[in-house]
Design a protein around this ligand. Structure first.
Ligand code: ARG
Ligand code: ZN
Length: 422
């Protein structure tokens, strides 16, 4: 038999092995000291200054409205940006002093009772936590297995990294139903979106028998995670990743899937630079995720009369067009229904949603799923920007999940009743 290696050698080997292991597991990006500022844009030239800082990659934008924008600033440039804003007399508030602190507090582990329940239920979803893709897909599969007469799950293709693109359908099986398509998770970091969409699925699936005739009379199609690669990446590496994960050019990865849809693709508010957060991709539907979604809708026999895409944040109910300052001929119908949905939300949970066209209320941004859905003749097409209005932004604590989902379910019920009426 061989002599055993001396203890010191074994120890060295273990250290080397551990180092290799550590180098291979993705290292999470640390946002310690990064700040989020709400910057006033009312002063002329302010937007240009911000645009310049963004193109130089010194800041990135989070959200905003007509009078302000929320920007993310890396710790090493905080001082520099402070000076620039002072010089240009641009006003701002520090909204988040230390982003990593917020990230650490956002999604705490479940307590033991919850974990035990999870294991008994047959699926792991809770709406007390932002879950990994595996839990979301496991939940969808569980529902299809448990309620096969009304629920089916189908993978409509693969993401760039090879993950399934799953859609769940709920239907009473009648042949002439109207249909509604709902998507979530186009933008990876907007965690409240898949959480909300899966909550809708949960409510309709578990309580279908006692649901309203409106809900039961519609064929529902849910795609809670359009961008699974990006979503997983926000859990494992970079909490604030927005795009998908297809390599672009050199170190620049990802296409903004909400700039990649083929209606006025490449127009305003979309970038042709692969390094940009709003990169439009090399062509309309150049990305497997948007292509699969669009092919599914085009080839589906379903009679879609509404399409709702959930994003965050800002509390907006937006209708087309997004590509430019224009509205479709029937925009009054969309505006009326949007206002009714917003009213239902505020009555139920208290959040105030602003209603208007994408380009009018926010900014022109071409290539969104909402515009494309509308161009396909789907009448009621909305982008809903969920909570909040900037206090936590994308890093919304888990205690918000159920309230946000519940009040938006009230909004969705209003949409359902309109769809049934038409
Ligand atoms: N925050 C969303 C985005 O920037 C808004 C999308 C609105 N729709 C549109 N077609 N621009 O992608
Ligand atoms: Zn978004």
């Amino acid at each position: 038999t061989d002599d055993p290696a001396p203890a010191a050698v074994v120890e060295d080997a273990i250290i080397v092995a551990k180092t290799i292991e550590r180098d291979h597991e993705p290292k999470k990006i640390d946002y310690s000291g990064s700040q989020v500022w709400q910057v006033s844009t009312t002063k002329s030239g302010a937007r240009q200054v911000i645009g310049r800082l963004r193109r130089r990659n010194l800041i990135s934008t989070w959200g905003g409205n007509q009078s302000s924008v929320d920007i993310l600033i890396k710790p090493n440039v905080v001082e520099n940006i402070t000076r620039v804003f002072k010089r240009e007399s641009i006003d701002y508030n520090v909204v988040i002093e230390d982003l990593q602190k917020r990230i650490n507090e956002e999604n705490p582990p479940l307590d033991n009772d919850e974990i035990e329940l999870q294991d008994r239920r047959g699926h792991r979803m809770t709406w007390k936590q932002y879950h990994r893709l595996e839990d979301i897909y496991g939940f969808m599969d569980y529902l299809a297995k448990t309620y096969p007469s009304i629920i089916s799950v189908k993978s409509i293709g693969k993401s760039f990294e090879g993950r399934d693109l799953k859609i769940l359908r709920i239907s009473n099986g009648k042949s002439d139903n109207k249909a509604v398509f709902i998507d979530g998770g186009i933008h990876a970091r907007e965690w409240i979106s898949p959480a909300t969409v899966t909550y809708f699925i949960y409510q309709f699936a578990e309580y279908f028998d006692v649901e309203s005739d409106d809900i039961k009379g519609i064929d529902w199609y849910f795609m809670p995670v359009v961008n699974p690669d990006g979503y997983e990446y926000t859990h494992t590496v970079d909490r604030l990743w927005r795009k998908n994960r297809k390599p672009g050019y050199r170190a620049c990865t990802g296409t903004d899937l909400n700039r990649n849809f083929g209606h006025h693709w490449g127009g305003k508010g979309a970038s042709n630079s692969p390094c940009s957060e709003i990169y439009r991709g090399s062509n309309a539907f150049s990305e497997p995720e948007t292509l699969a979604l669009s092919e599914f809708i085009k080839s589906s026999a379903a009679n879609f009369s509404a399409y709702v895409t959930y994003h965050s944040y800002g509390q907006y109910m937006l209708y087309p067009w997004g590509y430019d300052n224009a509205v479709p001929p029937d925009y009054k119908d969309l505006d009326n229904l949007g206002k009714k949905m917003a009213e239902a939300i505020s009555k139920t949970g208290g959040s105030q949603y602003q209603v208007g066209s994408s380009s009018g209320l926010l900014y022109p941004a071409a290539g969104g799923s909402d515009d494309w859905a509308k161009s396909q003749g789907i009448k009621y097409s909305y982008t809903i920007e969920l909570s909040d209005t900037g206090r936590y932004g994308f890093v919304l604590p888990t205690s918000f999940i159920v309230p946000v989902a519940k009040e938006n379910l009230a909004g969705l019920r209003v949409l359902a009743s309109q769809v049934i009426k038409e």
